[in-house]
Ligand binder design. Sequence first.
Ligand code: UDX
Length: 433
Amino acid sequence: MRKICMIGTGYVGLVTGACFADFGNSVLCVDVDSEKIELLKNSVVPFFEPGLKEFIERNTARQRLGFSDDVEWGIRESEVIFIAVGTPSLPDGSADLSQVFSVSEKIAENMTEYKVVVNKSTVSVGTGAKVADVVRTHQKKPIPFDVVSNPEFLREGSALEDFMRPDRVVIGATSDRALDIMSEIYRPLYLIETPIIKTNLETAELIKYASNAYLATRISFINEVANLCEKVGADVNVVAKAMGLDGRIGPKFLHAGAGFGGSCFPKDTRALIKIAEQAGSQISIVEAAIAVNQNQREVVFQKIQKMNESLEGKCIGFLGLSFKPKTDDMREAPSITVIEKLIQHKATIKAYDPVAQENAKKVLKDIEYCQDPYSVAEHTDTLVVMTEWNEFRELDFPRIKEVMNVPKIVDARNVYDPEKMRELGFEYAGIGR
Ligand code: UDX
């Protein structure tokens, strides 16, 4: 059992803290946001993540998990300190590391004995070394410490499962002392034979960016293939399925759709390009992936436009708004770009999302929010499936057809069978089919 302090109670910090507590460690999650800490003390989770509330309740009750707004105290009390603060995009695309460095200073100032400082936040390559410099120069007197890079690979919506049964754990550290401590806090994963990659700081930092940029590139690749499919009369779902059966390719992340969004892929692809640029190198395939992803939103817009001779005065209904299912996250959601463009073209918008509606209201103000898919469909000229929530898979389509002005569907996530939809009397457009 190790004493861990998790600095930052955002998505990554909370999930990681709760899971380490579940492994039997003693975890204190700290944040300068006192209001948020008060909520967390009552197991109120400020975002939607299946199972997280129960995890927090269970570990709080067993007194392995605590919350505090006293960051200094958290640092003094713990041996392993995780930095899990935000690293948003700067206007030039690089990651804003100011919070990482200010936390590093705080760690240095409150250090009284050996600490392992672990970077969980996604940071540009070379940041671990800089954190070590910052800690060294801000210490009141020289005290030994180690800096470790331990990137996260958590998907929103399945973060607990991803933490408990990961494909791999990456630990960037060179000191045996730090490696031993890291191995101990991850012990339950050793027992289930999770591959653990131990490497240097820079390699660990780059693994994170390379992984996310590769996945983003796969999505853009299949989206471009989808657009080609439409031109030549092929079906992208079958192409992707057959490609995925090749053991060298694999089936995942080959779903054509509206493109990637969220808090990671858009930000990390931009940051990787900046990292390459600053290193005098180039990563043009990722630049192309970003451009294709932007264009994919335009592709969805054009499908809606094509179905309606003029968009002016038309009512377009949206099923799903979040960037993907099982999350209330609206960050860089394709729905925002498509809806804004429709509004510019004087269409009116109705929408329903099972959990992202409250967050959506902050960014998409001029639309009518509905309580279920059927009220969205009422008097609309086109229905657009933007997020593949399970509850949209089996709808009462005769009822939907009945209440729409005209039965037209743009299925931006390829949820439905095109033949069946046409048999039901809908004008239907999917992606690449
Ligand atoms: C991602 C990474 O998967 C995770 O490892 C990382 O640490 C954080 O970023 P997340 O952003 O939660 O996780 O979402 P993910 O499930 O990876 O999906 C990202 C985007 O790609 C979504 O917008 C999704 O709709 C889209 N996507 C995904 C596709 O369009 N097609 C696919 O085949 C897969």
